[in-house]
Design a protein around this ligand. Structure first.
Ligand SMILES: [Zn+2]
Length: 173
């Protein structure tokens, strides 16, 4: 057997195949696109590809031609995590919601850029947007809570100062 490498026409992934499988069809392991394994003399064969970087082609099983291919796109874990952080940051604005919201924001932006860069690999943009919205909501609540508590603290401080002043000016009996 001789190993032969060829490029996926859709995503450019280097795919490894056996020369006995020339002409057969398989699924690209990177994007799932149907690929036909070209002959060794084909112009599609890059001659200088080291075999170690190539991935073996997933040959279509001849016994089960009607079986649906499993989806190649994967929901981005970053998108899911951003939504979880965003949701948790909403009621958690009293204790650590601020930090959760910041993490959710960062995760959401990471997820969205990954999905934008590799749309054939990642999905979950809707989740990432939901994560973004809930994180911004959590952040807004945290800022609001900070303003309220800050205001209360200032008011209390002012009250104590006024009390102390009043007590200081009370003439002794
Ligand atoms: Zn491909």
């Amino acid at each position: 057997m001789t190993e032969l490498n060829f490029k996926c026409a859709k995503c450019g992934e280097i795919i490894k195949a056996d020369d006995r499988d020339v002409g057969k069809e398989g699924a690209c392991p990177a994007c799932g696109e149907k690929v036909r394994i070209p002959g060794p003399g084909s112009s599609e064969t890059p001659p200088s590809v080291p075999p170690s970087t190539a991935v073996p082609v997933a040959l279509a099983a001849p016994t089960a031609p009607g079986v649906a291919r499993r989806p190649v796109r994967e929901t981005s874990g970053f998108a899911i995590a951003s939504l979880v952080c965003g949701i948790l940051s909403l009621p958690g604005f009293m204790c650590g919601g601020f930090i959760l919201a910041i993490i959710g924001l960062a995760l959401s932006l990471t997820a969205r850029s990954r999905i934008r860069n590799e749309p054939e690999r990642w999905e979950g943009d809707g989740l990432a947007i939901a994560g973004l919205v809930t994180s911004i909501g959590g952040l807004a609540l945290a800022v609001l809570a900070l303003l309220i508590f800050g205001g209360m603290l200032l008011a209390t401080g002012g009250l104590f100062a006024a009390l102390a002043k009043a007590m200081g000016t009370v003439p002794p009996h």
